[in-house]
Write a protein that binds this ligand. Structure first.
Ligand code: FRU
Length: 484
């Protein structure tokens, strides 16, 4: 039998929904078995968003990389995931790695990296494919057969973009000289793809590999999102093993310079966020990220139950003064089923306790008054996840040390709050996404509570808070429908 038999795998998938394990999330995309990672091929085609993602259907190791596929019109109702692209020829025998999607001439095309190793040597090829009616991707032309000169075999994750009616792609790479991370741009000229060379930035020595670049336009700004590997941690940032962030500036495709660009900023401050893909549609920049981290498998105990990782909820990005603000996509408001209002105006409370649901959204404004330290705690019985704001240090700390299973530790980042701390928390079974100060910062993380109980929210502060206002909603689950 073939290793990747679409019919057998799809049938096994269909049986896996609805997802049952207590750590399975309700409003985050994930799989009943296998390991998922990067979102791929994010596109809008014939009235629906198409989302693909890396998937090993055969186990929880980073190998056998295929693409899974779902469709949605509203980010709430999804088709059942299907196997869409899998390694089955000489070019991609070691994996169908990450890439992008595009709707053109009535077809949904994808562009991905064929991963191939011969005697330990990588021969990465970039290849197009077209989604067919049976849900599989037909493999088509290889446009870049191998890595170019002066670049190592770490050459992958193509992302298509257009400028002035011309088509380009940006691709993650590693320079041969000193093994440094970089990104290359190619231009389509008369049906061929011409290497324009490296994008020049002022970042200097910036890690040993850049994965998953995206090149976007926000008004008159160009934004390059990418995932540098090999940056050392600092006091208030870069605390994960690998980063996912961006620079904003002005890209000249003549000189290949990213001019007047900002410093590198992280897109997310949580423990579990990597390899995001952003798709521009009808004036929106929609982001999906992988909730996971390479080379940190021990942090994810769902592995023992045969599955690993999730995607984030879709986010909408805005660029203001060189900084990206992230908000949950507005469609997610339709997940709200039951609402309770919190209004403790002028009540000078220093503690509040609220039971939550199996899935919850918490939207809070805390008027700090004289308080210097304020904490929002999610209690899972005796376990806890703590968000704690220190006003004097102007830092937010996320503390997972109170959890027994899975990754622990702290993430600390700068957050500037004057009087009002604004928090929006999405609390799923294992996934938590937190938006601070109306999306100025975001944090995605996973917790694996020991007991299958609904968490409680506690807020406390060192001095009474002036006001606590907000809402808590019970959130419904994503719906996966069988195909007619
Ligand atoms: C990022 C990444 C990509 C690669 C893919 C393989 O997480 O390593 O660079 O294409 O995952 O699954």
């Amino acid at each position: 039998m073939e290793k990747f038999d679409k019919k057998t795998i799809d049938a096994k998938l269909a049986k896996g929904f609805p997802l049952e394990h207590r750590w399975h999330n309700r409003f985050h995309l994930e799989m009943p078995f296998g390991l998922i990672n990067d979102p791929n091929g994010f596109a809008y085609h014939q009235g629906a968003y198409h989302i693909f993602y890396q998937w090993n259907p055969l186990g929880c190791e980073h190998k056998n990389k295929c693409w899974a596929h779902v469709k949605t019109r509203d980010f709430i109702h999804y088709t059942l995931p299907e196997l869409s692209l899998w390694p089955d020829d000489v070019h991609d025998k070691d994996g169908c790695y990450s890439g992008c999607g595009t709707s053109e001439n009535g077809e949904l095309r994808v562009l991905y990296t064929c991963n191939r190793k011969e005697d330990g040597v990588r021969i990465p090829a970039q290849r197009f494919g077209t989604l067919q009616a049976d849900g599989s991707v037909r493999k088509e032309e290889i446009i870049i057969p191998d890595h170019p000169e002066k670049i190592t075999g770490h050459f992958r994750d193509p992302f298509l973009f257009t400028r002035h009616g011309r088509r380009y792609l940006i691709i993650g790479a590693q320079r041969e000289e000193e093994e440094k991370g970089t990104a290359l741009i190619y231009e389509e000229v008369a049906g061929k793809w011409k290497n324009l060379g490296e994008i020049h930035t002022r970042l200097g020595d910036f890690g040993y590999m850049w994965e998953c670049p995206n090149l976007l336009q926000f008004g008159s700004y160009d934004v390059m999102i990418f995932c540098p590997q090999g940056l050392p941690a600092r006091a208030y940032d870069r605390q994960n093993i690998y980063q996912a962030g961006y620079i904003a500036g002005h890209l000249s495709l003549d000189s290949m310079d990213m001019m007047q660009h900002t410093k590198f900023q992280e897109l997310d401050r949580g423990f579990d966020f990597y390899a995001p893909q952003v798709f521009e549609h009808e004036g929106r920049h929609l982001l999906l990220g992988w909730m996971g981290m390479p080379d940190k498998d021990a942090d994810y105990p769902s592995k023992e139950h045969g599955w690993m990782y999730s995607l984030t909820m879709p986010r909408e990005l805005r660029l203001r003064q060189g900084h990206i603000y992230s908000r949950p996509a507005r469609e997610l408001r339709d997940l709200r089923v039951k609402e309770s209002v919190i209004e403790l105006e002028h009540s000078m409370v220093s503690s509040l306790c609220q039971p939550l649901f199996a899935g919850s959204e918490i939207l809070l404004t805390l008027e700090l008054g004289e308080a210097k330290i304020v904490s929002c705690v999610l209690h899972y019985g005796l376990e806890k996840l703590v968000f704690s704001y220190d006003r004097e240090q102007q830092t937010m700390t996320i503390d997972r040390d109170g959890m027994k299973n899975g990754g622990r530790g702290k993430r600390i980042f700068k957050l500037f709050v004057d009087q009002k701390l604004s928090l929006q928390l999405f609390v799923d079974k294992a996934a938590v996404e937190a938006f601070f100060q109306h999306g100025e910062e975001v944090a995605s993380l996973l917790v694996f509570p020991e007991k299958n109980i609904q968490p409680e929210l506690e807020i406390h502060s060192d001095c009474p808070l002036e006001n606590i206002v907000g809402n808590i909603w019970e959130l419904d689950s994503y719906k996966f429908e069988f195909r007619a």
